[in-house]
Write a protein that binds this ligand. Sequence first.
Ligand SMILES: [Zn+2]
Length: 298
Amino acid sequence: MSAPQRIICIDVGGSYIKVRGYALSPSGQPIPITGEWRAPVTAKATQDFKADFGEVIRLVDKVDAEIGGCDGLSLAVAGLPTLDGKTLVRAGNIVDWVAKPFVQMLEDRYGVPVLLSNDAQASLAADLLAFGSQGALGLYVGTGLGVATSLLIDGKLFIIPGEGSHGTVDMHGKNLGDCGCGQRGGPCVESHGSGRALALDHQGKEPEGLTDEQVFLALVPSLVALTRTVVNLFIPRVGLVVIGGGITAKRPDLVIAVRNELLLQLNGAADVTVEASPYGEETGPYGAAAYWQMSTAA
Ligand SMILES: [Zn+2]
């Protein structure tokens, strides 16, 4: 048996950069071998890639010195990676990272392989380690301010950042304005099933200030439409649907409501397990560790 790899895992979200070292074996869970270091990202309005990347380097240097060098870096970011995994096509909250050669910059500096993933992919990888692959299909749906989705097919490495969150669920929209995805009049999942949509519907109130009924009425239909569409594409293959994100973390009953309605609508056509993500609001560097593990285990 080979020695575990020491991987430095980095999570770049809309608010924080988080870095932690993990020991990874081909089987078993990633084991943290350092503390978690964090720094805030620059505000969206005045975003500065150079400043944010400087913080990433500062934190990675710290962890690298602590563990005496690493075998690789796994970077999970709140954005859509390019097909070659070297940079981002787009990113709603870290716009200034788009098209910057940060993967190459990290490879040059540390001389180790660097693996880039989307944070919803990393969350799905962590959830699959927690629940087991449960069949051919894995779908992660995270509802927070926006909606994030990722998909794993045939229990293999095709974890792809899905665009499920912008699938059309209401042709007539809610007239809440156009979505950032380009669709007019808000016909997509994110226009209905996100914290942003909830706030628009309820005079800017935070989800915490709304009742379960208000949240469920708004979110459940669009989340069910999204999950049902994906599951229908893969019938009769069985699968795991994990619901995560900030809103779910605070209202675990949301998952029960989605599960009940989805199973009712599928009417026995697919054997689907619907679970709440065990990682609460966000998976952090652990997701990047799980993603590295899944990607290198094949
Ligand atoms: Zn959209």
